[in-house]
Write a protein that binds this ligand. Structure first.
Ligand SMILES: Cc1cc2nc3c(=O)[nH]c(=O)nc-3n(C[C@H](O)[C@H](O)[C@H](O)COP(=O)(O)OP(=O)(O)OC[C@H]3O[C@@H](n4cnc5c(N)ncnc54)[C@H](O)[C@@H]3O)c2cc1C
Length: 393
């Protein structure tokens, strides 16, 4: 019987999935978690509702130095099997335009069911236990103790979000085993602009186009949140990884906001002209009333050409919001140093990686949790089957 001793550092989404996959293969699994409880970030996902995956997961939508890296793991545990896995745990899933949630709409129920499964499989979770040193061979040192293992899975997450435990200490542990780290940067977050129109608190449907050194780099539509520092909202989150990395590379970044994407500029001018003729009593500031939020109407009316500004409101992006406000990080353990099929280090046998710690990040909509589930399942499975002839599924 397989009694491989596996230590997993981190009891987040990827660590818990890795633990279950390894224990199901007969391994003896211990998770070390520095927080006083497992899964703190998981509890915060989807505004506490946990958007656990997405029916339309497209590997091409992930970002990273080598985006192909995520393909094998996403094939190992695809969305359909992920949903099946959670259904078997007891979750009835709810589909909101392809974004999948637990029927309870409570992240806590996802965590609770994972923990029940872990308990049933005899997985030990040592909370309040911070891994401080990793010695190839394998030994994991924690304050006052050290754990010996046949394999170690680093599932420590990233620096993103203000949630305790998101301190990036996993990068240091990976470095101790000789790995290099692609500079972690905030992603899925707002963007800070040089211009700060007085539009804080406004939400408007629109399209945002990202220009990197004057070339279109990305485009997204949806509800834009106009803030005192610049822009936010899901479409902005979706382009933020690219924008922040390009800024870090010294590129010039600006965005164009189109608040009336259903009209061409010509159509908009014609539409406004008819409105002006129908309602000659209207002032210029009233032109967009009923079409766009009030505060935004006032701002557009003050520009030299309100119709042009509504179609192409330009902002120079100077920064991304800090790590504390980001949902994920781009960057992380360099994926060329990790086997994409098994998640095992190419530099140190018996060391595996899972989740956000790796240089892979996805857009909003369940992509990042799917990456945590798939890479976690892969790492756990192959760590447990290490050196065995049947280390295929
Ligand atoms: C507010 C918010 C909302 C989100 N919503 C969604 C969503 O709805 N859908 C989605 O797909 N994604 C969402 N995400 C992203 C998603 O939560 C993460 O991508 C995912 O949780 C990453 O899982 P992980 O296991 O890699 O890392 P984590 O969940 O961060 O787990 C890592 C664990 O490792 C522990 N750890 C770290 N270092 C050590 C150490 N040295 N010793 C011991 N323990 C250590 C940490 O304490 C932590 O518990 C959201 C993120 C945030 C912040």
């Amino acid at each position: 019987m397989n009694r491989k001793k596996i230590i997993i550092v981190g009891a987040g989404a990827s660590g818990l999935m890795a633990a279950i996959a390894a224990a199901e293969k007969g391994a003896s699994v211990t998770i070390l978690e520095q927080n006083d409880r497992p899964g703190r970030k998981l509890l915060a996902t989807g505004n506490g509702r946990c958007n656990l995956t997405n029916l339309g997961i497209d590997p091409d939508a992930y970002h990273g130095t080598d985006t192909d890296f995520c393909r094998d793991a996403l094939r190992f545990l695809p969305v359909s099997d992920t949903i099946r896995f959670f259904s078997k745990l007891g979750i009835y899933t709810r589909n909101k335009d392809g974004w999948i949630y637990p029927g309870s709409m409570q992240a806590s129920s996802v965590l609770e069911l994972l923990l029940l499964k872990a308990q049933d499989l005899g997985i030990r979770i040592r909370t309040g236990t911070r891994a401080e040193q990793l010695i190839p061979g394998w030994t994991v040192k924690v304050p006052g103790w050290e754990y010996e293992a046949d394999a170690v899975i680093l599932a420590c997450g990233s620096r993103a979000s203000g949630i305790t435990g998101s301190d990036g200490s996993g990068y240091e542990l990976a470095r101790m085993a000789g790995h290099t780290i692609v500079k972690p940067l905030p992603a899925l977050t707002g963007l800070v602009s040089k211009e700060t129109p007085a539009w804080g608190g406004v939400r408007a449907y629109g399209r945002v186009t990202l220009f990197s050194d004057d070339h279109v780099a990305a485009e997204e539509s949806g509800e834009l949140q106009l803030t005192e520092y610049g822009i936010s909202g899901i479409p902005v989150f979706q382009i933020s990884s690219r924008a922040i990395r390009a800024l870090d590379e010294g590129r010039t970044i600006h965005v164009s906001l189109d608040f009336v994407p259903d009209f061409s500029l010509q159509e908009l001018r014609a539409f406004l002209k008819v409105r002006q003729e129908d309602c000659p009593y209207k002032h210029e500031k009233d032109l967009f009333t009923g079409m766009l939020p009030d505060k935004l109407c006032g701002i557009l009316a003050k520009t030299a050409d309100p119709a042009a500004a509504a179609k192409d409101y330009r902002l120079t992006i100077t920064a991304g919001r800090p790590f504390e406000t980001a949902q994920v990080c781009s960057g992380g353990v360099r994926t060329s140093e990790v086997d994409p099929v098994t998640m095992e280090s190419r530099l140190a046998k018996g060391l595996y990686f899972a989740g956000e710690l790796l240089d892979i990040d996805g857009p909003c909509g369940g992509y990042n949790l799917q990456w945590a589930w798939s890479s976690g399942a892969c790492a756990g499975h192959f760590a447990a089957c290490m050196d065995e002839e049947d280390n295929v599924r």
